[in-house]
Design a protein around this ligand. Sequence first.
Ligand code: GUN
Length: 286
Amino acid sequence: MAKLIDGKAVSAQVKEQVRIETAELMAKHGIQPSLAVVIVGSDPASRVYVNNKKKACEAMGFKSLEYALPEETTQEELVALVKKMNADPEINGILVQLPVPKHINDMAIIKAINPKKDVDAFHPENVGRIAIGEFKFLPCTPAGVMALIDSAGIEVAGKNCVVIGRSNIVGKPMGMLLMHRNGTVTVCHSYTKDLASITRQADILVATVGKPNFVTGDMVKEGAVVIDVGINRLDNGKLCGDVNFAEVEPKASYITPVPGGVGPMTIAMLMRNTLTAAKLQNGIKD
Ligand code: GUN
């Protein structure tokens, strides 16, 4: 029987700390952190995520701005909005909700964001900083995974860490963060041969595939720590992770549930990054 890592509880702790530091920043320096969120089109999942981000901002005492743009918005229009926000001292963090409509090149938008306001840490400058370990912001989901691992007192150094998935948003930076902690990291993907033989070596297994119940019991070593980044909506409307919980939970030592695992951590880390951005932009060190 695995111990559950409670993402709701850990995210509540992170957010409470951010809320306290925000109140101090307001009291000492009169600075209210602000996050601008841009959503293009009407993807229902993106709408839910953006609403959750706005609610979290309010709970932190942040100013929250939303730019909801129509599906037909051009890349040039979106870049122009980002540039306007870059120049606005009232905005500390800029987040363009992904995915953007197909006619817009997401990398062109990410590159337009001022790296100091890039609270997703997706800009090439921030990605490079993460690679060399000189970062200001960490991407929210991988940072949330690390916070969950830390909350359970799990040591990464020397462990075999296997990440399934190599996206720019999660898989690649996840591998980098585990390497920074001296894990021995393998990043697997759709071209990986005999995936199960690799995942069975994992002391720490992170699934970020985007396929429901992808990781089955036979892919997991007895006593492994299993982190499920997937949030998949099934036909019956229920949320389901990338890990087959019923099969994997009896073998794992620790496991994150879906919902209530990694999901709540992403927003908590976004709040942390927005506060960090406000401090950095105002030359406040602590
Ligand atoms: N879409 C899914 N996850 C994310 C994220 O972390 N940031 C942004 N901007 N869009 C997303």
